[in-house]
Write a protein that binds this ligand. Structure first.
Ligand code: NAD
Ligand code: TYD
Length: 351
């Protein structure tokens, strides 16, 4: 089959990126998908082992903070479109070390934008730069209201400030240089392949190992959870049918306080492990709150559902069962990730 498009997906070895790569590689054999990833602690090629032999998938180890790496990948392939997911993504790490978030999320994004301008200067209108962002750029909600595409930006953590900055650069390049762009801002994702520093996989791993489940503060902060494959499908929909220059919010109308979410997860884990109900809940431990902890995120995805006809396929009931089932079946993945084995292995393989 001839190749109709070459698409560079950055951050494809990470949690959401690996699902986006699968969505595109399996559904569009006519596209050549190039996964550009630095393989930080969060990037794991084990997420994509079954794709390695497929003709329409290629991995390129590269760093978005390196203009040389970007120039190399753009000269090696005729990149038609970019879907940009590579980022530092964990709020707690951003509080500990903000600078790497500026380097990767802001400077890295600007580097790719510059490379796109350079490589696409003759026919810029034929290309698309699609930027994947987060609802956290809108800041924190009180007990009511939802984030809309028109909500003012008000980021409150170093992570969200770096993502907001990258969104602004993308829009500035669209306005100044007429780069065709799309942006989507999604709520919290959960599902297979998520690094166990984030709430849901951390709790699954800790329950498995009979370790405590740390709940920040009173556990009353609220997040709006979406199953990761539904996000990957939304990205597919926006890539193919979204309008140039538009922003789309992605979310599943699925709000949970952290404590209720963890209690629900405990029930599902007890069932899956054949334990008495209540066993896992006994591991819940309240710990010091996160600094500047955003109270509530909640997305209004009406624009995406009305204009592009996207709806999540999973309910939280089905999504959390699939997630727990995946983590329990993929012991080796979890153990490698926790022990850092895969980082060592791929550092040697691609050194
Ligand atoms: P992740 O941390 O799991 O993966 C990030 C990936 O980017 C990794 O594979 C990593 O190796 C790669 N990467 C990091 N720095 C790089 C660099 N300098 N050069 C090349 N590659 C680099 O992140 P995720 O949760 O999959 O998030 C992906 C994107 O989606 C991010 O842009 C994030 O802001 C956004 N997002 C995430 C969520 C969520 O709930 N996880 C929600 C909304 C939006
Ligand atoms: P997280 O998964 O880090 O995502 P984000 O900060 O991007 O929303 O955290 C989800 C929520 O869970 C957030 O309110 C912080 C809270 N949390 C805990 O209570 N304990 C934990 O150990 C972690 C990692 C998060």
């Amino acid at each position: 089959m001839g190749v109709s498009k070459q698409i560079l997906i950055t951050g494809g070895a990470g949690f959401i990126g690996s699902h986006v790569i699968r969505q595109f590689v399996f559904n569009y054999p006519e596209y050549q998908i190039i996964n550009f990833d630095k393989l930080t602690y969060a990037g794991n090629l084990e997420n994509l082992l079954d794709l390695e032999s497929l003709p329409n998938y290629t991995f390129f180890k590269g760093d978005i903070t390196s203009t040389k790496d970007l120039a190399t990948v753009f000269s090696k392939y005729n990149i038609d479109n970019v879907i940009h997911l590579a980022a530092e993504s964990h709020v707690d790490r951003s509080i500990e070390n903000p600078n790497v978030f500026v380097e990767t999320n802001v400077t890295g994004t600007v580097n790719i934008l510059n490379q796109c301008l350079k490589s696409w200067s003759n026919d810029i209108a034929e290309h698309v730069f699609y930027h994947i962002s987060t609802d956290e750029v809108y800041g924190s909600l009180g007990n009511t209201g939802l984030f809309k595409e028109t909500t003012n930006y008000d980021p409150k953590s170093p992570y969200s400030a770096s993502k907001a900055s990258s969104d602004h650069f993308v829009r500035a390049y669209a306005n100044t240089y007429k780069l065709p762009v799309k942006i989507s801002n999604c709520s919290n994702n959960y599902g297979p392949n998520q690094f166990p520093e984030k709430l849901i996989p951390l709790c699954i791993n800790n329950i498995k190992n009979n370790k405590s489940l740390p709940i920040y503060g009173a556990g009353l902060n609220i997040r709006d959870w979406l199953y990761v494959e539904d996000h990957a499908k939304a990205i597919d929909t926006i890539f193919h049918t979204g309008k140039i220059g538009e922003t789309y919010n992605v979310g599943g109308l699925n709000e949970w306080t952290n404590i209720d979410l963890v209690k629900k997860l405990c029930q599902v884990m007890d069932n899956a492990l054949g334990q008495q109900n209540g066993t896992s809940e006994g591991l819940i431990t309240y710990v010091e709150d996160r600094k500047g902890h955003d109270l509530r995120y909640a997305i209004d995805a009406t624009k995406l559902s009305n204009e592009l006809n996207w709806k999540p396929a999973e309910t939280f009931e089905t999504g959390i069962l699939k997630t727990v089932d995946w983590y329990l079946r993929n012991d080796a993945w979890l153990n490698n990730v926790v022990s850092g084995e895969y980082v060592k292995y791929y550092a040697e393989k691609y050194s």
